[in-house]
Ligand binder design. Structure first.
Ligand SMILES: [Zn+2]
Length: 387
């Protein structure tokens, strides 16, 4: 069936060849057929269709591509958040309490939770999500987490190297042996990506290199958590290994920025983390002006960023990180697609997947201008309405 969305007041396409990467078309229409976009142009030149949706002058953007989340876990850490807001400092080790709750949960409990988060994300305009493991930290549970994630997305990341579990506290190298050996063997069949938390309190640069190189040898592509809590060698390692993305990047040296600008590695900024941990925001303006490709993602997780809202992240990125609304929407759509090395999403043009969001607003600017307001009216994924 052919579905035409017409009378679109402002259409953000992100299409190559438009005047700027953030160019928006006025008075537009989009045709969808068999899950793909088949035509984009002026509303008064639109072809016929069996189903016609009148956007009534409102804005349409590509579906959000959330390239960083941790959606398979048990329990929550509301009490830790409350304590942190009362002045306690964030440290990476809080992950261990989620590990205990995740190991204790059944597959069905984790699956029901995961589906709930996906519904939340669809309702807020997200049509593609990457999901990481990392709350199992033993072979059996990590395998469960990547297997459950693979039920709902092809963008599955094995993050056994999230933190050293309590039982390996005296033998972190032994844990790296486990991650790069039996755990990788069990998880690789369900995953596309290998990731590591390269940070003081988690894994050193040398340990991170071992993890990433083992994953690459097993056919996984690398992405890296780095420079969240302080500067370190993770960015340079990610660039050297050709990682699709380095995520966080709150503390970057000038050399890090120059290396990223000269590379194909995307820097994925996670404003929900700085918001929820009261850390200083990264300066997105500095990065974009230096030529770094920037993506925005939610990093949905129970410890440091329990939001699943891309509109919220866009609002914070504009308010506190120096991005324009157009840049933030690009980073949350086409930027996320780059961070996942996907060439079929994040853009509204013929041949791309029909992943679209109709906003209850005349312009994408409203996503930042009206923070906290539910502006997502309708959402299509592969041409099927999901919210
Ligand atoms: Zn993360």
């Amino acid at each position: 069936m052919r579905t035409l969305i017409t009378n679109i007041g402002e259409l953000t396409t992100n299409a190559a060849g438009s005047a700027t990467p953030h160019h928006a078309v006025q008075d537009a229409a989009v045709l969808m057929e068999d899950g793909l976009i088949t035509w984009v142009g002026r509303a008064d030149e639109a072809p016929g269709a069996e189903e016609i949706i009148d956007a009534e002058g409102r804005a349409v953007i590509p579906g959000f591509v959330d390239s960083h989340s941790h959606l398979v876990f048990g329990g929550d850490r509301a009490a830790e958040f409350e304590a942190r807001m009362a002045g306690q400092k964030y440290a990476a080790g809080g992950i261990r309490s989620t590990v205990a709750a995740t190991r204790a949960a059944t597959d069905d409990e984790l699956r029901a939770r995961l589906r709930g988060f996906l519904d939340e994300m669809h309702a807020q305009g997200t049509t593609t999500v990457e999901i990481k493991s990392g709350y199992g930290l033993d072979v059996e549970t990590e395998e469960r987490l990547v297997r459950l994630a693979a039920e709902v997305t092809p963008e599955v990341t094995f993050l056994g190297a999230h933190v050293v579990p309590a039982e390996y506290a005296d033998d972190p190298e032994g844990y790296v042996d486990l991650v790069t050996g039996p755990m990788l063997e069990a998880c690789a069949p369900h995953a596309r990506w290998i990731d590591v938390f390269c940070e003081t309190g988690a894994f050193s640069v040398e340990q991170s290199r071992r993890v990433l190189e083992a994953g690459i040898a097993r056919g996984l592509a690398p992405r890296v958590h780095a420079s969240q809590l302080g500067p370190g060698g993770g960015v340079q390692l990610a660039v050297e290994l050709g990682a699709a993305s380095i995520d966080h990047g709150t503390y970057l040296t000038d050399d890090d920025v120059a290396a990223l600008a000269a590379s194909e590695t995307v820097l994925t900024l996670l404003p929900g983390v700085e918001f929820s941990t009261r850390q200083p925001y990264p300066d997105a303006r500095r990065l974009i002006d230096a030529g770094v490709t920037v993506a925005l993602a939610c990093d949905t997780n129970p410890g440091s960023s329990f939001t699943s809202s891309m509109p919220f992240c866009i609002a914070v990125a504009v308010r506190d990180m120096g991005m324009t609304p157009a840049e933030a929407v690009w980073a949350a759509t086409a930027g996320g697609a780059r961070a996942l090395r996907r060439e079929d999403i994040g853009v509204i043009a013929p041949g791309y997947r029909a992943d679209l969001v109709l906003l209850r607003a005349p312009s994408r600017i409203h996503l930042a201008y009206r923070p906290g307001v539910p502006l997502v009216e309708r959402v299509w994924k592969d041409g099927v309405q999901v919210a």
